[in-house]
Design a protein around this ligand. Structure first.
Ligand SMILES: Cc1cc2nc3c(=O)[nH]c(=O)nc-3n(C[C@H](O)[C@H](O)[C@H](O)COP(=O)(O)OP(=O)(O)OC[C@H]3O[C@@H](n4cnc5c(N)ncnc54)[C@H](O)[C@@H]3O)c2cc1C
Length: 455
């Protein structure tokens, strides 16, 4: 089946929702696609049960209004449970394949968001060690508390809603371990004062954590995890670390879940498949390069391809909303309110850069690894295997390391490990960009390929 739409938006998170709304309000017929069964993306991931959703989100009202407006808009067709696995340009149009056929358009808005950034350490593959986002998704999307004794760790403001959400819904959070210093915000206090909504959001989480007696520890990190006789997580080793993330001393904590998040990595797979220009941002992540109107740079200048939200840089939901709105207007060739939206985007981008300065991820994490530490969990490739490919086989970039060791060749196609491998190999920017190229955007079975006539 081939479906044509004037504007297609991929991603039903804050960026994609606003992009669809603004493009439709400017007169376009819009298709909004998402692989999830419900709109909302990561930020407004929800159970669909109103009382649950209200209590598990910081500002579900805003999301709810936006999602309701989109569902009621006759110009917007929503395609849930629709995963795009390939994107290409054929005869001057973008062709997006999903399991039942293809969507075709010449005006595309990519808003595919981000996924958790993980750092490897000995034992990070033990059941019970998960990302902070996974713990959050279980709570928000299914109402499940990930474990009985939970440690939330890593770095960044996202750890606060995760720990606060778990503890206010009956989870026992036995520690919140933050790699940044307690007073890391002090040099950036002006930027914080310019964003009073962020102050009140942060204070709300801190109050919840205080009520639940969750201990917060700073300049510390989880550096190894240990399993019990059943192979499940039993304890973690926590280190006091310096500014470079080098270990100064250690102690251990018993827990059955360690929810660890080191921020997010943009999911630019679709942009890469379409050959859009990508670049390495200040925080080291590969992002889609966009102009003032969120338009991406493509060799096919006849196409109008835009990118919005976390695929253009990690910055939170407010920035995603602003970028989505601008992309939606630009896709519809409208300029209504553009100036005000750009002002909002500027402010949100400034705040995103502040966050990156307050919560830097230093490369000293590499010193936590042992030769046996798994770097690619899908293919079980160890640190020693990557090092020996580098020293003995000249594999000095992520792609060569992949060919020599199979790291990044598994189910996740390097989403988790490619950034870490690039750090281990001290790869230059061009190699980091090549390292995230995935012609197959999401896993597909041979049967589905055959059904599509592609085999
Ligand atoms: C697991 C996780 C949990 C998070 N929880 C929070 C939180 O509680 N609070 C907070 O402030 N921030 C949270 N964040 C950060 C949050 O993602 C952003 O601030 C915000 O949601 C980004 O909006 P976005 O529209 O750019 O992307 P997202 O909200 O990530 O939306 C992207 C959408 O694109 C869809 N998509 C991606 N690829 C495809 C494809 N191939 N085919 C079809 N659809 C596709 C995804 O299903 C997703 O719904 C979380 C991030 C992650 C990764």
């Amino acid at each position: 089946m081939e479906l044509r739409h004037q504007v297609i938006v991929i991603g039903g998170g804050p960026a994609g929702l606003n992009a669809a709304k603004y493009a439709a309000n400017a007169g376009c017929n819009v298709a909004l696609l998402d692989s999830a069964p419900r709109l909302g993306g990561q930020y407004w991931r929800h159970t669909g049960i109103e009382s649950d959703d209200q209590s598990r989100h910081h500002n579900f009202d805003q999301g709810s209004l936006l999602m309701d407006a989109i569902i009621a808009n006759p110009r917007i067709t929503i395609y849930p449970n629709t995963t795009i696995w390939s994107a290409s340009v054929i005869n001057g149009e973008v062709v997006l394949r999903y399991k039942d056929g293809a969507f075709i358009t010449s005006r595309l808005i990519l808003a595919t968001g981000a996924y958790d950034r993980s750092l490897p350490f000995p034992g990070w593959d033990i059941p019970g060690v998960m990302t902070a986002g996974a713990a959050q998704s279980l709570l928000k999307g299914s109402g499940v508390i990930a474990g009985k004794r939970i440690v939330v760790a890593g770095s960044g403001p996202f750890l606060l809603p995760v720990a606060a959400g778990l503890s206010s819904h009956g989870g026992k959070v036995v520690g919140l371990i933050e790699a940044a210093g307690k007073f890391a915000w002090l040099p950036e206090i002006l930027s914080l004062l310019q964003n009073p909504a962020k102050i009140s959001e942060g204070l709300g989480y801190l109050l919840t954590l205080r009520k639940a007696k969750v201990e917060m520890r700073f300049k510390q990190a989880v550096i190894s995890a240990h399993a019990d006789s059943d192979g499940l997580l039993e304890s973690i080793t926590v280190a006091n670390i310096d500014a470079e993330f080098h270990i100064t001393s250690t102690y251990s904590i018993n827990c059955d879940v360690a929810a660890i998040g080191w921020g997010f990595t943009p999911d630019t797979s679709m942009a890469g498949a379409l050959g859009l220009k990508e670049e390495v941002a200040a925080d080291g992540s590969v992002v889609v390069a966009v102009d003032e109107n969120q338009r991406a740079s493509s060799a096919h200048s006849e196409l109008h391809i835009f990118a919005a939200g976390e695929i253009t840089g990690i910055g939170g939901s407010a920035l995603s909303l602003a970028e989505g709105a601008i992309a939606g207007l630009a896709a519809a060739d409208s300029r209504t309110n553009l100036r005000d939206l750009k002002k909002i985007r500027r402010k949100a981008r400034r705040f995103a850069l502040t966050l990156q300065r307050v919560y830097p991820i230093a490369l000293g994490w590499k010193s936590w690894l042992t030769p046996e530490t798994i770097i690619c969990r899908c293919e079980e490739v160890t640190h020693a295997a990557i090092q020996s490919a580098f020293t003995e086989l000249d594999a000095d970039d992520a792609r060569s390391a992949k060919l020599m060791t199979r790291c990044g060749m598994g189910m996740c196609q390097g989403r988790i490990c490619s950034r870490n491998v690039a750090d281990l190999l001290d790869s230059p920017d061009a190699d980091r960009i090549k390292g995230v190229y995935r012609p197959i955007i999401s896993p597909i079975t041979l049967g589905e390929l055959a059904q599509d006539g592609l085999l």
